[in-house]
Design a protein around this ligand. Structure first.
Ligand SMILES: C[S@@+](CC[C@H](N)C(=O)[O-])C[C@H]1O[C@@H](n2cnc3c(N)ncnc32)[C@H](O)[C@@H]1O
Length: 284
């Protein structure tokens, strides 16, 4: 497990997303997660690719109209809205960022299903035991301080037999010292208390009693995302005054957040940073 050298709490993560709210919405749009491209020749747009990742992730959840799903770390709620609309689900969408929740509530509600947007820490969530038909967590696990508790909460809240699907940032199994240092910096700047390997996450899930039904590294199909985001930010710096405002902003500079993009590109290029899908089932 790569851990940040500075201590990071849920409050730090919340501040990160609140402070960078405008920037994230400008650079990423509604979905703050990677896209999925099937192969090198797949020319879909980043918007289509983010939806493609969501479709791939949720295809194993056996969703039925009226089901209760938790969206763990829901960002601006775009995944929840798409799932409510297409499957008629009852969704509890949790984030620890007040700004994200406020923004999500401004969006037109889906015409099918229902979404309850909440500012709530997943590690201390108030959902009843055995209450969920399904759960998703897209790129939120690395932000959680206590990874074991993350999985315990999934086990506690899922109904017996129910499934969860996670899209997770992971690290390679064998890292050089330089790669570990690079990832530590990514953790500090991205407000990630720690990032585990795919195997470590599978072990943690299994130790809570969850069955790991799939664990697959899909790095080559998602890493294009960072080149697109970097190009978007660089183009934005020359064409959109809002981007310049961020770069000149003190809080933004303090974090040298702008260095995170090249670091992430390097971490993906060297193979140190990975991306995976994990699907879980609570035994009957
Ligand atoms: C990279 S964003 C992904 C957002 C969303 N899943 C998406 O794909 O658009 C990470 C999200 O995890 C949320 N998060 C981080 N730690 C959390 C926690 N302890 N409890 C609930 N949400 C958390 C953040 O607030 C943020 O919304």
């Amino acid at each position: 497990m790569i851990t940040s050298k500075i201590s990071l709490t849920a409050l730090d993560v919340a501040h990160h997303y609140d402070e960078l709210d405008d920037f994230y919405r400008l650079a990423w749009g509604d979905h703050v997660h990677h896209g999925l491209w099937d192969n090198e020749n797949d020319t879909r747009s980043v918007e289509d690719a983010t939806l493609h990742l969501l479709q791939r992730l949720t295809s194993t959840l056996h969703l039925k109209s009226g089901d209760h799903l938790a969206d763990i770390g829901c960002g601006y709620g775009a995944s929840s809205r798409w799932l409510a609309q297409t499957h008629g689900l009852n969704i509890t969408a949790l984030t620890i960022s007040e700004k994200q929740t406020a923004q999500a509530r401004l969006e037109p509600p889906p015409s099918s299903g229902h979404i309850d947007y909440r500012v709530e820490d997943w590690l201390q969530n108030s959902l009843p035991d055995n209450s969920l038909h399904a759960a998703i967590a897209i790129e939120s696990l690395a932000h959680m301080e206590d990874k074991a508790l993350f999985f315990q909460q999934i086990h506690r809240t899922l109904k017996p037999g129910a499934h969860a699907a996670l899209a997770v940032w992971t690290t390679a199994d064998d890292l050089t010292r330089l790669e570990s240092h690079l990832l530590q910096k990514v953790c500090e700047e991205g407000r990630l208390p720690g990032m585990g390997t795919l195997q470590e996450y599978q072990q943690l899930a299994a130790s809570t009693g969850l069955l790991v039904t799939e664990a697959v590294d899909i790095t080559p199909q998602v890493e294009r995302t960072w080149w697109i985001i970097t190009r978007r930010v660089l183009t934005g710096l020359f064409t959109n005054p809002h981007y310049l405002r961020f770069i000149l902003n003190r809080a933004f500079r303090k974090r040298i957040f702008v260095l995170t993009l090249p670091r992430l590109l390097l971490a993906y290029r060297t193979g140190a940073m990975r991306y995976a899908i994990i699907t879980l089932q609570k035994p009957h």
